[in-house]
Design a protein around this ligand. Structure first.
Ligand code: PLP
Length: 478
């Protein structure tokens, strides 16, 4: 594809938008400038390809397509069928899954689809059988009442939030915490690693219906073979949320015991993080759960987004190319270079390093909270996010950690040498930032003191680091 074609496509699109609401066109242009100029280390973000972005901006957005391929509740879905079937086929081939459901609008939605598929299979189906009913509508009021209570009385075991688990794995602020009686497994306080014996003990004691693995802030691999054995030993359904590391599975960096697909009953993911696709979600499973998963809409999802499914098909096709495996291994190489650079300069990392795409810095050794560190880094042109560390004394709002990840900068082409420079910039900012005080002199968990001259200098250096690696080099909006 020529650079000209991509520039023309985006420029023309902006012209059309500008004619209706120029402020939207301006904001879209400004977003590109901001993304180009910032050192983006947010572990959950990436830069989708121009083809993926363009596949989303079209008339597929106008189409209703409830149902599944070839079995819709609306007429005229033949073209939606084409893109949904293509996205599912690419997903199956890429991950070696027997079934792929590509309709979820996001990771949260994919998890909800999975939870309700498991509940339908493990709780609702046996209840229908007992009542000799084919459909929930055939149940008596009394049987329906009993089933509703049973559905709301199930157990889930997942990773604790401060060990790096995700809110959607049964925590109270999310609907999963309201649906399930949840217990969590943490990490070993000495090593920061998952202690599989402790997970097994918790599973034996709690007897969950669902055992969940997956994380948003755990910098190590998870052994899914062992987790499956634990699930089997207590009759639990084993679910893996690979939202963060799907790109590493797709790129064959995580294989064998570390590839969730052959081990889990059901796998959920986002498509926009390390997988580098459009903002969205996906569910993979075997034939046992396929029918229930396909009922995701209208069970918990609104109508499918055909334009996003088209973009998923494009991005998944890209991920099947050989260069994606190279990209995935560079993500991990860069994360390890970043971790080593930080450790060499005295930073304290949760687990001491990484074997995936993310690094978690415990900034308490710099005397800072995560909130102070996040803002000081942002002032210096470095975009990260604060994150709790295991047994965090500062809770989930202020936190004691900074999570950084390499999928986005790796897409731009930065390599291990640039990661070392990045480690130097991060360390400089954290080292030169001091905690601030409230107006009454008491210590603040949010305020901080950083000499603006240092912030400016680091910002300039971050900018220089990026100049050799332009973002969307094929897109010129001028
Ligand atoms: N699952 C995990 C492990 C995540 O890290 C996230 C997002 O951060 C989600 C699910 C939710 O994804 P989304 O924001 O697309 O709903």
């Amino acid at each position: 594809m020529s650079r000209n074609a991509e520039s023309t496509a985006f420029r023309s699109a902006l012209e059309v938008i500008r004619a209706v609401e120029p402020r939207v066109a301006d904001a879209i242009g400004a977003e590109l400038t901001d993304q180009r100029e910032s050192l983006k280390l947010i572990a959950s973000e990436n830069y989708a390809s121009p083809a993926t972005l363009l596949a989303m901006g079209n008339w597929f957005s106008d189409k209703y397509a409830e149902g599944t391929v070839g079995r819709r509740f609306y007429a005229g879905c033949q073209n939606v069928d084409t893109v949904e079937a293509l996205a599912a086929e690419h997903a199956r081939e890429l991950f070696g899954a027997s079934h792929a459901y590509v309709q979820p609008h996001s990771g949260i939605d994919a998890n909800l689809v999975a939870f309700w598929a498991i509940l339908a299979d493990r709780v609702e189906a046996p209840a229908l059988k007992r009542a000799q009913a084919r459909h929930v509508n055939d149940l008596t009021e009394a049987d329906w009442f009993t089933l509703r209570r049973e559905l709301g009385d199930q157990r889930m075991l997942g990773m604790s939030l401060d060990a790096g688990g995700h809110l959607t794995h049964g925590f109270r602020p999310n609907i999963s915490g309201k649906m399930f009686d949840q217990r969590s497994y943490g990490t070993d306080p000495a090593t920061g690693l998952i202690d599989y014996d402790k997970v097994a003990a918790a599973a034996r004691e709690f007897k969950p219906l669902i055992l969940v693995a997956g994380y948003s802030a755990y910098p190590r691999k998870v052994n899914f073979r062992i987790m499956r054995e634990i699930a089997d030993s207590v009759g639990a359904t084993f679910m893996v949320d690979m939202a963060h590391f799907a790109g590493l599975v797709a790129g064959k960096v995580f294989t064998g015991d570390f590839d969730p697909v052959p081990h889990a009953h059901i796998v959920t993911t986002t498509t926009h993080k390390s997988l580098r696709g459009p903002r969205g979600g996906m569910v993979l499973c075997g034939p046992e759960l396929a029918d229930q998963v396909d009922r995701g809409c209208p069970m918990v999802l609104g109508g499918p987004l055909p334009h996003v499914m088209a973009a998923k098909a494009v991005a998944l096709a890209e991920a099947r190319r050989p260069d994606f495996a190279d990209y995935a291994s560079r993500i991990v190489g860069n994360a390890q270079a970043l971790a080593e650079g930080l450790v060499r300069r005295g930073a304290n990392l949760v687990t001491g390093g990484t074997d995936n795409h993310l690094v978690l810095i415990d900034v308490s050794s710099y005397g800072l909270t995560g909130r102070q560190a996040e803002q000081a880094l942002l002032d210096s042109g470095i975009v990260t996010n604060r994150n709790a560390v295991p047994q965090d004394p500062n809770g989930a709002w202020y936190t004691s950690g900074i999570r950084i990840g390499t999928p986005a900068l790796t897409t731009r082409g930065l390599g291990t040498a640039e990661m070392d420079t990045t480690a130097e910039l991060i360390h400089t900012v954290l080292d030169r930032t001091a905690p601030g005080a409230n107006a009454d002199g008491t210590p603040s968990k949010a305020k901080y003191v950083l000499d603006p001259a240092i912030a400016d200098k680091v910002s300039r250096q971050a900018g220089e680091l990026l100049t050799g690696y332009p973002l969307y080099p094929s897109v010129d909006l001028a």
